[in-house]
Design a protein around this ligand. Sequence first.
Ligand SMILES: *[C@@H]1O[C@H](CO)[C@@H](O)[C@H](O)[C@H]1NC(C)=O
Ligand SMILES: *[C@@H]1O[C@H](CO)[C@@H](O)[C@H](O)[C@H]1NC(C)=O
Length: 365
Amino acid sequence: METELIFTFFILSSFSLGANSCPPSDLAALLDVKAALSEPYLGIFNSWNGTDCCNKWYGVSCDTTTGRVAGLNLRGESEDLIFEKAGRSGYMSGSISPEICKLDRLTILVIADWKGISGEIPPCIASISSLHTLDLIGNRISGVIPSNIGNLQKLAVLNVADNTISGNIPASIVNLKSLMHLDLRNNQITGQIPADFGKLGKLSRALLSCNKLTGPIPSSVANMYRLADLDLAMNQLSGSIPVQIGNLPVLSTLTLDSNRLSGTIPATLLGDTGLNILNVSRNALEGEIPDVFSSKSYFTGIDLSFNNLKGPVPKSLASASYIGHLDLSHNHLCGQIPSGSPFNRLESSSFVSNDCLCGAPLKTC
Ligand SMILES: *[C@@H]1O[C@H](CO)[C@@H](O)[C@H](O)[C@H]1NC(C)=O
Ligand SMILES: *[C@@H]1O[C@H](CO)[C@@H](O)[C@H](O)[C@H]1NC(C)=O
């Protein structure tokens, strides 16, 4: 009886040991990752000691059945106790070692908001086929987005915002068929948005602002039925706004400000569209503001300022159910400002620097 118990115990403990301990190749890869980084203030890597990387290593998690490292989640800004104790946010220098690609069962790779990590995104990252989340926001990473990033068929989140990444958006990006969230904001990315960008059928948020993108907004975006937030602001995009954007069923935020867009504002953007925020400020848009607002129009913000718009302030704006913030300043509008509920709260700053607007809140006609 006793020997049987001891035997059972032995089997159980060796089983759990097998399930929890870190495979030597994963252990070696993590130690190489650690060696290429320096984190002087919090001591998060102090816990990366011994050989069981699946047990209490800060930010490391393992798949309970395979025992392989499945998550590396290192955030420099978090509510974790370790930050509270140190009384500061995180800082790391160094770079991301290409040895990280040997963690070939990773689903989550987050090395975010460390401010000082430089170097490039290891190109081999495109070989970690299990990757679901790649989040490197808020570092000083340079170089390009790996050209074969499109191999990552399970990738749902790609966030490399707030770095110094240059080069083009790789053509293969449109093959990321699981991609739901793309954030490339605040980098030095040049070239055009791929013409077939609309192939990203699952994409819900496409955030590309504050780069150096040129060329047109691809009309293929009209195929992105799940797109809720499109942010292309502060680039050098030209051409006109594709009319079909207004027909996207769940688009709620469209920010195209500070580009070189020309042509007219499509009526589809202002009518009954479900759009809540529209910012096309600081472009070269011309023509009249479409008079297509209705009781279904509900905008928390419409900013059409600093364009070449002419004609009147549309009368139908008065029938909108809500207009939170409206900026029509610095255009060539003319005529009487309509009265009605959305206008009663607006200040003169919404209308200044036009050709000949009059009526409240400006001077009487
Ligand atoms: C690893 O470090 C922790 C905390 O720094 C310490 O408590 C633990 O004993 C160390 N483990 C090994 C195996 O060295
Ligand atoms: C629209 O964009 C302009 C220019 O980038 C910015 O100054 C303005 O605050 C934005 N408007 C709204 C309502 O967010």
